[in-house]
Design a protein around this ligand. Structure first.
Ligand code: E4P
Length: 237
């Protein structure tokens, strides 16, 4: 399972690259807002360039900031030209529930790599996979695209077992029907318990906020064990 860093914080991304646990990065308008990015698209572009320089060859997801399909397509074309390996995040529907699958299919047809985001159930996930697959039909080179299932948000509304089931069943469906170029990103991770639990769903990747990764490494028993070994090592002199 790949690990993506769910953050646009440069120092955090650098840290997890140095640990060897960064296979990509995901961002969204909220992460940029929390990081104090200003200047609209220009501000986002600058931060994206900085992140992209740190992770050459790895996917970097950048979300569109419009709900209008024509504007989404325009933004996606623009953002995907910023750097190699930019992945365009597009919500599966707009805030009124209108489908964004047409824009998604169109962009895939044009060779843009997409990450269908804010996916909350199995039906949305397989419809997104079908739109992606349909967009790829006539392409000679088939890149991998993503569907982000929001495990944390599903859990908050319907419980952790339901979130687990949505991801596991989507993976089984993709495999059964041989959707080789669609990967599930397990998103909306809240804590180390989520990391352990949802890692068993078969999701291809998990995007994790930096603080949850840091906490995942910790165990009081490990710290205590190291302290004792160090103490006893001194007694050997
Ligand atoms: C994924 O790509 C999203 O940016 C992220 O996981 C969002 O999760 P949250 O807004 O529910 O925290």
């Amino acid at each position: 399972m790949k690990i993506f860093i769910d953050s646009d914080n440069i120092e955090e991304i650098k840290k997890y690259i140095s640990w060897g646990v960064c296979d990509g990065v995901t961002t969204n308008p909220t992460t940029f807002y929390k990081s104090g990015i200003v200047g609209g698209v220009g501000g986002i572009k600058k931060r994206v360039a900085d992140i992209s320089g740190l992770i050459p060859g790895l996917p970097l997801s950048v979300e569109v900031t419009s709900e209008m399909p024509e504007e989404i397509i325009k933004q996606a074309r623009e953002y995907s030209a910023w750097a190699d390996d930019i992945v365009i995040k597009i919500p599966v529907t707009d805030s009124k529930g209108n489908s964004m699958l047409g824009a998604i299919k169109q962009l895939v047809q044009e060779g843009v790599v997409v990450n269908v985001t804010l996916v909350m159930n199995f039906n949305q996930a397989i419809l997104a996979a079908k739109a992606i697959s349909s967009g790829m039909e006539k392409l000679a080179i088939r890149k991998n695209h993503f569907v982000s299932i929001f495990a944390g948000r599903i859990t908050e509304e319907q419980g952790v077992e339901r979130a687990f089931q949505v991801i596991k069943e989507t993976r089984a469906w993709l495999d059964f029907h041989k959707y080789k170029n669609v990967e599930i990103i397990i998103a909306s991770i809240r804590n180390p318990e989520n990391i352990e639990y949802f890692s068993k769903t078969g999701g291809h990747a998990m995007t994790i906020p930096p603080d949850a990764i840091a906490k995942a490494l910790l165990s009081a028993r490990t710290k205590e064990g190291v302290a004792k070994f160090m103490e006893d090592a001194k007694k050997l002199n």
